[in-house]
Write a protein that binds this ligand. Structure first.
Ligand SMILES: *Cc1c(COP(=O)(O)O)cnc(C)c1O
Length: 366
């Protein structure tokens, strides 16, 4: 008997190329799209190591934990790094980016995370992209947590390296990921003696041995199951319509935010302005004296499948993450999450009103 996962025909180069083309359409990009055979950290690291070196001055915007990681890679490549850190309860502004350019006119590289699933904020990439274009810097964007939840438009925004993964709002696999690469970015890599070559991290290998050869021969055996899962997940988004999928995420975020405020008991949106809050996931601040990780653990006792987590590291005391993405961007999951959080919070605080929270969530879903 053939096994559905094991007894598969080899994935052809043509099929691989067609999956890349589908991802390119999802990004509305004319740039080359390379699907890398690993989790999104692979193209995230590969793209920095390919384009940054001792001659680079990088503006590294930190709005969550990934920005910190990017800064470390940049420094490791020998780049001079100007860190622009903003509090996790807000977003960076184009004005802050312009001010950094004015203070450091030599900046020729900008790294930015679009949406942060870990902190719940999202950054105005279109406006920042305008500033980056005026500066003439190379623009690197981590869109792993935004793709599928809100528009990601590398060409329109002037993004040179746009990294996505399917495991968040796309509702797909985590094991393969993609990066769109502009002509400028390819040129920067080709001129960089430190860019990885003949390496698993290498984007140039894919350029020279896959793209320039007309995409007829793969570099190595692809992660076949993950490639098929990525294809299926993009097909499912196309069938539903990308706008519909994004609207589900917007609604889930609005509903959790409104529900948490209406719940009472001192729970607050972690990201102050609704416009800075990411559609992919909503973060909440616990009232003082209530430890977020303990509240989440209690809520998960009632239903361990709920997409709830505490913030990472020191944030575990005060931040709750509601990861309402992919298959969890539904009214049912939002209701269940608010109910579980409200029930757990009512053990600590009076005035918690779950029915009121559910009414507010339903109204905000729209
Ligand atoms: C989720 C995410 C990634 C990928 O990391 P995993 O934790 O391995 O899923 C990268 N960047 C951002 C901004 C993310 O939210």
């Amino acid at each position: 008997m053939t096994h559905p996962f094991l007894d598969l025909a080899p994935l052809s180069a043509a099929r691989f190329a067609s999956i890349e083309d589908r991802v390119a359409r999802l990004l509305a990009t004319e740039q080359d799209v390379v699907i890398m055979q690993g989790e999104a950290l692979l193209p995230l690291e590969g793209a920095i190591r390919a384009t940054a070196g001792p001659g680079t001055t990088a503006l590294n915007v930190i709005t969550g934990p990934y920005g910190q990681t990017f800064g470390n890679w940049l420094r490791d490549c020998g780049a001079t790094v100007v860190d622009l850190a903003v509090p996790f309860h807000t977003a960076v502004t184009a004005a802050q980016v312009r001010a950094a350019f004015a203070a450091h006119p030599e900046i020729d590289f900008v790294s930015l995370v679009h949406a942060e699933a870990a902190t719940g904020n999202t950054n105005p990439v279109a406006e920042i992209g305008e500033a980056v274009r005026e500066q003439g810097a190379l623009f690197y964007l981590d869109a792993v947590a935004s793709i599928g939840a809100e528009p990601v438009l590398p060409d329109a925004w002037g993004v040179d390296l746009c990294v996505i993964g399917a495991q968040k709002a796309m509702g797909g696999p985590a094991g393969v990921s993609a990066v769109s690469v502009s002509e400028r970015a390819w040129a920067r890599m080709a001129a960089n003696p430190g860019a990885p070559r003949r390496s698993y991290l290498s984007l140039l290998d894919w350029k020279e041995r896959w793209i320039d050869g007309g995409r007829t021969a793969l570099l190595h055996a692809p992660a076949q199951l993950e490639m098929l899962a990525l294809e299926a997940c993009v097909e499912r988004i196309e069938a539903a319509g990308l706008e519909t999928v994004m609207a589900r995420h917007r609604s889930a975020a609005a509903a959790v935010r409104a529900g948490a405020v209406a719940l009472g008991g001192g729970l607050e949106p972690y990201v102050h302005a609704a416009g800075d809050a990411a559609p992919v996931a909503t973060t909440l601040r616990t009232p003082s004296g209530v430890v977020a990780s303990e509240l989440v653990a209690r809520a998960l006792e009632t239903d361990p499948t709920l997409p709830l987590a505490a913030g990472g590291g020191a944030l575990a005391r005060e931040m709750i993450r509601v990861n309402h993405y992919g298959p969890d961007a539904t009214p049912g999951v939002v209701r269940a999450a608010l109910t579980a959080l409200g029930t757990a919070l009512a053990e600590h605080r009076t005035g918690v009103d779950v029915p009121e929270a559910l009414r507010a969530a339903e109204k905000a879903w729209g």
